[in-house]
Design a protein around this ligand. Structure first.
Ligand code: PGA
Length: 236
């Protein structure tokens, strides 16, 4: 399976014109996740498109949900993937139950899901067993009621909260262990996210059982992200 390399632009708006020279390297699957208003502008033959969030109702006729965006709307703009349960959304109120509803709606609407899980620094400081217990809970609640047959449409991004946007990535061996743990709960592809850069991409994308990377800050720089994608394309 090719490594999955995902750009999460968050609430930033890089210029798609500057990315016209970006090429998904053969051997890696590249997904770009811009903010909602820019999805259509980012549609490209060079990579796949993903959204950063989705609402859990998907009324085809629309609905009275001010400010929300449905899975059908995202698909109509060209999104193939959606990130669900990012810690920055959880911090703003997405509970495990909401994450579960979003995941189910996204899948039943034909989107593929990048489910984010990750423990806080506080939980990690209580030891590996506590971190695993927490991650197991996040995975199990997010997946409640989800049929096994849709697992190929789900990838899990392990993103320890303390590593996101801090410049302090997890130790690759710890990420590898957690990826193996997640896969012992659920047979899905597992990515690592949290301060991935071209400087450390090799150690994560080359780690056993890590199937790709979810890249925030470093994805805002096209050439930096291109380098990370190239590393992914060389790893099996
Ligand atoms: P970061 O963000 O690469 O800036 O740490 C990763 C993410 O939030 O998905």
């Amino acid at each position: 399976m090719p490594k999955l390399v995902i750009a999460n632009f968050k609430m930033h708006a890089p210029d798609p014109k500057k990315w016209s020279s970006f090429k998904s390297p053969k051997g890696a699957e590249v997904i770009v996740c811009p903010a909602f208003p820019f999805l259509a502008e980012w549609k490209s033959k060079n990579f796949k498109l993903g959204a950063q969030d989705v609402f859990y109702e998907n009324k085809r006729s629309g609905g009275a949900y001010t400010g929300e965006v449905s899975a059908d709307m995202l698909r109509s703009l060209g999104a193939e993937y959606v990130i669900v349960g990012h810690s920055e959304r959880r911090r703003l109120g997405d509970t495990d139950r909401i994450v579960n509803l979003k995941l189910k709606t996204a899948i039943s609407s034909g989107l593929k899901v990048v489910l984010c899980v990750g423990e806080s620094k506080d939980i990690r400081s209580r030891g590996k067993a506590q971190a695993e217990k927490f991650i197991r809970g996040q995975v199990q609640t997010a997946m409640a009621g989800v049929k096994k047959s849709v697992l190929p449409k789900i990838v899990i991004a392990y993103e320890p909260i303390w590593a996101i946007g801090t410049g302090v990535a997890a130790h690759p061996a710890d990420a590898e262990r957690m990826a193996a743990f997640i896969r012992s709960i659920l047979p899905v592809r597992v990515l690592y996210g949290g301060s991935v850069s071209s400087a450390n991409a090799e150690s994560f994308l080359g780690a056993k059982g890590i199937d790709g990377a979810l890249v925030g800050g470093a994805s805002l720089d096209k050439s930096e992200f291109q380098k990370i994608a190239s590393v992914g394309s060389r790893k099996k």
